[in-house]
Design a protein around this ligand. Structure first.
Ligand SMILES: [Zn+2]
Length: 331
């Protein structure tokens, strides 16, 4: 099943499944998960195009004027000229005129300006500056897929994430009208997932190259509304974190039962089936004092309810039984 659109995929038809880069390959992303063919190609031409370019510029420490995605015209002394420009701090601005796509008088005008006039005004627009929305949906997509890559369908099969999926599937629409991408100057890891604590709230988070994406935990599904009251400005807003708790996994794990994640005594995510109380589940537990995840496996719903009330006392009592199915992959 596709983790975003929930389309059922026949695993015998391998051409319906495609490898998806969590961070677009063009921006140097290596970590891969999977999507249905349609989602992968839709994301590639919409949010990932702009998100990938944004990350590429950050990673290569380039100025936004050095973006590879440019308009096919610019202004020279208020005349619209078909052509491209390249900028680098070393060689300055270089201009390439598409002679065959400009009317002759424009080509003559350009020639005149460069040969005769000393002062020229050069104007250009950068499409990426108008794509803040696409970039932020790109971040959301990457964060969602990163959590899927780590926790599989236990993460995906939670109905409270429907709004996030809807936003990922329709990046042009304003479905989540909240600020969920924040600049992060405290966490240096290039690529991480974890739990963060700020302004008295716990949140699920994923971070890529100096920015982090906030995802509400199941115990506080209206988190976006709450953070909106605290943070009102744009993507460059930096928040002060009271705590950052990365979840450390040696490698990616696959479990043979649904898992839920707890932090201190709060449930951060739990698959719907688990909340319905029918399935035994494994709880992955970590805390402020110890960010290395511990496993209680498997427990039934009654034990889970107890654990959520008092994790410290319960986790000692729960015996490990059964086998954890684990496969290792390179990150
Ligand atoms: Zn899909």
């Amino acid at each position: 099943m596709c983790p975003v659109c929930f389309k059922k995929i026949d695993i015998r038809k391998s051409n319906e499944i495609s490898d998806a880069h969590i961070i677009p390959k063009a921006a140097g992303g290596n970590r891969k998960t999977f999507l249905c063919k349609k989602c992968n190609s839709d994301f590639g031409s919409k949010q990932d195009k702009w998100f990938g370019e944004f990350i590429r510029l950050i990673e290569s420490k380039k100025n936004i004027v050095q973006t590879q995605i440019k308009a096919d015209s610019f202004f020279l002394c208020n005349k619209n000229v078909r052509g491209r420009f390249e900028y680098s701090p070393e060689s300055g601005m270089e201009v390439l005129i598409h002679k065959d796509r400009n009317p002759p008088e424009i080509n003559d005008y350009v020639l005149h300006q460069f040969q005769k006039e000393r002062n020229k005004t050069f104007g250009f627009s950068l499409p990426i500056l108008a794509k803040e929305r696409m970039i932020s949906v790109g971040y959301l997509t990457a964060a969602y897929l990163f959590w899927f890559d780590t926790f599989g369908y236990s993460w995906v099969l939670q109905s409270y994430l429907d709004q996030i999926r809807e936003q990922i599937l329709s990046p042009d629409k304003m479905i989540i009208n909240n600020l969920y991408v924040l600049k992060n100057e405290t966490i240096e890891d290039k690529c991480w997932i974890g739990v963060i604590q700020f302004a008295g709230h716990l949140a699920l988070a994923a971070g890529f190259s100096g920015y982090m994406i906030i995802i509400p935990p199941i115990h506080c599904q209206d988190l976006y509304m709450k953070i909106d009251e605290l943070i009102t400005t744009s993507i460059d807003r930096t928040v002060n974190l009271a705590g950052f708790y990365p979840i450390y996994f040696k490698n990616r794990h696959f479990y043979d039962v649904p898992v839920c994640l707890m932090f201190d005594n709060k449930i951060m995510f739990a698959p719907d089936a688990m909340a319905a109380g029918k399935l035994e589940t494994m709880t992955i537990y970590f805390s402020t004092s110890d960010p290395v995840a511990k496993f209680s496996y498997p427990i039934n719903n009654k034990q889970f309810q107890k654990l959520s009330k008092n994790p410290e006392s319960e986790k000692k009592r729960i015996k490990l039984r059964g086998k954890i199915a684990t496969k290792y992959f390179d990150i």
